[in-house]
Design a protein around this ligand. Structure first.
Ligand SMILES: O=P(O)(O)OC[C@H]1O[C@H](OP(=O)(O)OP(=O)(O)O)[C@H](O)[C@@H]1O
Ligand SMILES: Nc1ncnc2[nH]cnc12
Length: 171
């Protein structure tokens, strides 16, 4: 199955010049969802995973499915002021301005082997910040996997040193 058939391209969303990769057609198709979830599992192979970390909000869809399949815990990394318990934060640079992500302190135990999942790797800021949060709590990032990588935005360079795997690539 060609999963790209289920990715809808929306020009000039959310702002002029951006071609938004809309995954909702994929989410709307149980056949494509199952195919994508199984293909992501193949990327992980038989590596032992204790926790799957997904980034708000589109990372949550598949990260929680993967956690279930891997018999691992699911951990949300959230935008500011959403998590209720003790947490740590990281603020990272965007093209213009900054963004912040948070994780509960008790979500990862020292030595946990962690799979980081998000739908899209673009500039890599979100994924790099997430890996840093995991590592601050003593976790080991075993793999970062994505539905798609937008190659021209060089996220893979920013994640230099991490194992990066993806189902789809776009230029
Ligand atoms: O590699 P980066 O340049 O950091 O971009 C990738 C991030 O951007 C999108 O999230 P977005 O902030 O649009 O939020 P959403 O998932 O809530 O839609 C996407 O889901 C990734 O999390
Ligand atoms: N072009 C894009 N489409 C969908 N999600 C994104 N996240 C960052 N860039 C994106």
């Amino acid at each position: 199955m060609n999963l790209k058939q289920y990715i809808r391209e929306i020009p000039d969303f959310p702002s002029k010049g951006i071609v938004f990769k809309d995954i909702t057609p994929l989410l709307n198709s149980p056949i494509a969802m199952e195919e994508a979830a199984n293909a992501l599992m193949e990327l992980v192979g038989n590596q032992k995973i204790d926790k799957v970390v997904g980034m708000e909000s589109r990372g949550f869809f598949f990260a929680s499915l993967l956690a279930l399949k891997l018999k691992a815990g699911f951990v949300p990394v959230r935008k500011p002021a959403k998590l209720p318990a003790d947490k740590i934060s990281i603020t990272y640079g965007l093209e213009y301005g900054t963004d912040t992500l948070e994780i509960h302190k008790d979500a990862i135990q020292a030595g946990d082997r962690v799979l980081v999942h998000d739908d899209v790797l673009a500039t890599g800021g979100t994924a790099k910040a997430t890996c840093e949060l995991v590592e601050r709590l003593g976790g080991e990032v075993v793999q970062c996997n994505f539905l798609m990588v937008l190659e021209l935005l060089n996220g893979e360079e920013k994640l230099n040193g991490y194992e990066i795997r993806t189902l789809m690539r776009y230029r």
